[in-house]
Design a protein around this ligand. Sequence first.
Ligand code: ADP
Ligand code: G6P
Length: 489
Amino acid sequence: CERQDRRPSKQRLLVVANRLPVSAVRKGEDSWQLEMSVGGLVTALLGVKEFEARWIGWAGVNVPDEIGQRALTKALAEKRCIPVFLDEEIVHQYYNGYCNNMLWPLFHYLGLPQEDRLATTRSFQSQFDAYKKANQMFADVVNEHYEEGDVVWCHDYHLMFLPKCLKEYNSKMKVGWFLHTPFPSSEIHRQLPSRSELLRSVLAADLVGFHTYDYARHFVSACTRILGLEGTPEGVEDQGKLTRVAAFPIGIDSDRFIRALELPQVQEHMKELKGRFDGRKVMLGVDRLDMIKGIPQKLLAFEKFLEENPTWRDKVVLLQIAVPTRTDVPEYQKLTSQVHEIVGRINGRFGTLTAVPIHHLDRSLDFHALCALYAVTDVALVTSLRDGMNLVSYEFVACQALKKGVLILSEFAGAAQSLGAGAILVNPWNVTEVASSIGYALNMPAEEREKRHWHNFMHVTTHTSQEWAETFVSELNDTIVEAQLRTKQ
Ligand code: ADP
Ligand code: G6P
């Protein structure tokens, strides 16, 4: 059959994600301040411009009263966002509990929660019930705003139950689901008490996408091994219904970063930073303060490097910018104290009266400050223990056209598959290996740096978030047409 041109230009797109691109802070009974949310999902989706997109999600705040809800709905409408209001108990059980204490660590190979396993097992059912309830609430809002012809694109591990809820409302709705984390080996996924129900709900979508081919393969294996379904090169088949499964590696809006470097305020920031760290090489880490980012491992590797290379002690500085995240989850609170303790120890050990080797900030930086920091960096350190993709590594590369700094990148980040040839790949658990890679990166000759940078720069500037979204949505449109043709035959 001939395919019509299904380029999704200005197609209406309903993006459904737990996190809206803006988070709300209440300023009065009916007044709200909206702040940019931090995270890879938001960064990537903000780069998507070719659609008439509306974003449905949670504004990160509990709004129990009607006046507040009405005012927030109005404020969000100006940003083309539609809120889903979740009460405190649901947030506690669904977001803090099931999503961030259960699915997130498991999908990143960190296991089910370590502490008090029995308590976790007991709370599992109530958390899963809340998860399903929350997903149903998202489905209600989507259904309310859906118009025929819209494409509904559901995102991430928070909303694995959503495709099923949406198809129950309307089996003709075009539904895609994309996972921004790794999908683990089926041997890991099968530990989840709700393993089958989650897989079946995702399979209700027309198209299921992952960052890498490996994650897609793991998902298909989970469906064949746990559900006994048939895996095909196209996806997963269940009683004649095919759910297409494929890899769609995400990217960033690289032009936005490249253009920002020309702005006077960014140039000013760069000048300040260069003056401040004159005579020292700058190493950089930018992460959410998350257990998967391997921040303690990164700090220990830096400590080892300083220990073994005394001549570098006053010639290098590590700037670690770690924005707090999911602060109500105990694992994250523990991580914060652990990181502070390690930073304090290393600075106490190697600092002088006038300088410390690590500058650690527990906060988010605005876009311009971040671009300036990326641009003046000599070596970026991304040491995720697992990471769906890791867009910080892409952002660093985009800002390095002049400096051609070195990227040290965890082999467990999805980005290792796209930036592996230009980066120095490391196993973040191997502190000795990371420490020696730091030495190698700091001493790397200009010619090798240029070659490595060029490889990565070409990738980052050609595989953009725009292209990612267009490919996914276009494939979703085709998937629907193919299904219609199959039923006609
Ligand atoms: P994740 O999706 O796990 O948060 P990514 O590396 O894919 O990881 O994306 C993180 C996004 O959040 C990037 O766009 C990065 O610029 C942004 N970010 C992370 N930490 C900070 C910070 N401290 N200040 C500002 N932005 C940050
Ligand atoms: C990762 C997840 C996103 C999430 C982001 C920030 O990127 O894949 O879904 O939005 O982290 O986490 P938060 O819990 O603050 O939304």
